[in-house]
Design a protein around this ligand. Structure first.
Ligand code: PEP
Ligand code: MG
Length: 583
């Protein structure tokens, strides 16, 4: 076995040593090959067996639905069953196999593309949306064709490997898929595509395991089960390492783990600089269960709860009651500590349905976040009602994403007031004073932060998007990942303007983007005047350790110097120097 290494962009530090576990997206896996005329009948029989198996699975699924399952669920299964019986899916691919002498997966995929194209031409939006059902049902059949036995074997392998560390290797993983990995015990996570602050990377980081993105061809070059080393700090993957290299990394891994354990000693220590400036370290969470990690990290509250993950991987939106229960769970679990819950931030790289074909020309600049909610006021209304109801059970704060102008904010406030009024009329209790804040993540909002600081109770800087929009770099695009730089002078100035606006109107301001959890930037942010940082729980202790060793008045001088600079290439070494000097 030849040893080789690959370089990507490290998005979460640490070292993992384990076996590769390759995951794939069934539709992406479909290959085209010719079959002999004599194999036609066999291929058609294989196709029919696959359709039959999927039908059987769906029937079983339907039979096992609990009595209180929403009616839509069985309707959804019925739609899929009806599609499987429709000639366009059950017969047409057979004709393709016969005439084109191709494999069944390919024939089915061709037929699916054809049907999807016809759906695209339909004017009725509801019917047009049904194409998604076609894609989903075809995907089920293709998974079976690609080898149910293979899948079952892979599941078994997965179980057998539970004892050993497993490294997830994927070409790409959507945020909706990645959230599901929270239930698995992977030791590391690597993908071919993605940027440092793509939502997939953010989720990988929240798992607190070494992660690397933008590896280009890892999924192709690495075989399932191969031994590999992932060094998330350096962005390096070593496949089939030599014994000496393996020993070296085992040592490094031990040292890393020891350092992490040592950090536990400061878990209950307050984050205060040597000269007495206190910094609030808060947690970013994606699902209600993340509060466990948030509390274990010593966070003084939740600074960002990304609610959109409650809306993903499902056919129907969560209703008000389901949302209320999720928000209440977090509010109560944090026992009086602040819980900042962000309203639905959907769009761009966070699709409600990962399989949905994105039609917007430029989704990151399209109908996402608050824009989407204002276009769907009913969704906004039920989320506001759920949030307000939860505010009765803890210290809830509401955060609006991606504001770019005051009109959006005012419209949002109007809807918020309506939600309050509807609860009052029903006599449902909520906190009348629940603060409403806005994310500063569009350059326009940072430049005009004065206006937002006046009209909001608090500001939170979403540096992931702020960098994306300021530098015109798609945060999820690996081709430009190397250009994504939080230290760009333009970015630093926008942050500074936001901090100044918040100070002018005496409003709290935080950073809740990935910059907040990057220990290389802690000193700079504190020096710039930031007093609240919200990050994944896994980073809280290492950021705290930086704060405990720093002197704010020294940091303020260093930050001033950095902010006066216009050349990125000079900023980077100076930051390194300042970080080193204070140690
Ligand atoms: C951000 O943009 O910095 C942010 C915190 O929001 P998200 O990463 O969810 O877009
Ligand atoms: Mg954002």
């Amino acid at each position: 076995m030849t040893s080789f290494s690959m370089h990507g962009v490290g998005v979460s530090s640490g070292i993992a040593i384990g076996n590769a576990h390759l995951i794939s997206h069934a539709l992406l896996e479909v290959v085209h090959f010719k079959i002999e005329a004599s194999a036609i009948d066999e291929e058609i029989a294989r196709f029919e067996r696959a359709i039959g198996l999927v039908k059987h699975d769906l029937e079983q699924l339907k039979a096992q639905l609990p009595k209180n399952a929403p009616a839509e669920l069985s309707a959804f299964i019925n739609t899929h069953l009806a599609m499987l019986s429709d000639k366009s899916l059950s017969e047409a691919p057979k004709a393709i196999i016969r005439t084109e002498l191709c494999n069944a997966e390919w024939a089915l995929k061709q037929q699916m593309d054809d049907i999807v194209a016809q759906f695209d031409a339909i004017e009725d939006a509801y019917l047009r949306e049904r194409k998604q059902d076609v894609v989903q049902v075809v995907e089920r059949v293709i998974k079976v064709l690609l080898g149910r036995d293979q899948l079952a074997a892979s599941e078994k392998k997965l179980q057998a490997r539970q004892e050993r560390a497993m490294i997830l290797v994927a070409h790409d993983v959507s945020p909706a898929d990645a959230i599901q990995f929270k239930h698995h015990q992977f030791a590391a996570f690597i993908t071919d595509v993605g940027g440092v602050t793509s939502h997939t990377a953010i989720l990988a980081r929240s798992l607190n395991i070494p992660s690397i993105v933008a590896l280009q061809r890892a999924r192709d070059l690495i075989n399932d089960g191969e031994l590999m080393i992932v060094d998330g700090s350096e962005g390096v993957v070593i496949v089939n390492p030599d014994p000496e290299v393996l020993a070296e990394y085992q040592l490094k891994q031990n040292q890393w783990q020891l350092a992490q354990q040592k950090l536990q000693r400061i878990k209950t220590t307050k984050a205060v600089t040597v000269d007495g400036v206190a910094i609030d370290l808060l947690a970013n969470i994606e699902v209600p269960d993340d509060v466990v990690a948030a509390k274990a990290s010593g966070a003084v509250g939740v600074g960002l709860y990304r609610t959109e993950f409650l809306f993903m991987n499902r056919a129907e939106m969560p209703d008000e009651q389901e949302q209320f229960e999720a928000y209440k769970h977090v509010a109560e679990a944090m026992k009086g500590h602040p819980v900042t819950i962000r309203t639905l931030d959907i769009g761009a790289d966070k699709q409600l349905n990962p399989d949905e074909v994105v039609t917007a020309t430029n989704p990151a600049l399209g109908l996402r976040a608050v824009r989407y909610c204002l276009a769907e006021p009913q969704i906004f209304h039920s989320q506001f009602r759920a949030l307000l109801r939860a505010s009765h059970y803890g210290q809830v704060k509401i955060l609006i994403p991606m504001l770019s102008n005051l009109a959006e904010l005012r419209q949002t406030k109007l809807l918020f007031a309506r939600a309050k009024e509807s609860l009052r009329q029903q006599g449902i209790p909520f906190d009348e004073q629940v603060p409403i804040g806005g994310m500063i993540e569009v350059p326009a909002a940072a430049i005009n932060a004065d206006a937002f600081a006046q009209e909001l109770d608090f500001l939170s800087i979403g540096t992931n998007d702020l960098i994306q929009y300021t530098l015109a770099i798609d945060r999820a695009d690996d081709a430009v990942a190397h250009l994504y730089n939080p230290l760009h002078p333009a970015v630093l100035r926008l942050i500074q303007m936001t901090i100044a606006a918040a100070a002018k109107y005496d409003k709290p301001v935080s950073v809740c983007g990935e910059m907040a959890g990057d220990t290389k930037l802690t000193r700079l942010l504190v020096g710039m005047g930031m007093r609240q940082l919200s990050m994944h729980p896994a980073h809280i202790l290492s950021v705290k350790s930086q704060i405990l060793q720093s002197e704010e008045n020294v940091l303020a001088k260093q930050a001033k110097k950095i902010l006066s600079m216009t050349d990125l290439e000079k900023i980077d070494p100076l930051i390194k120097k300042f970080n080193g000097e204070v140690h």
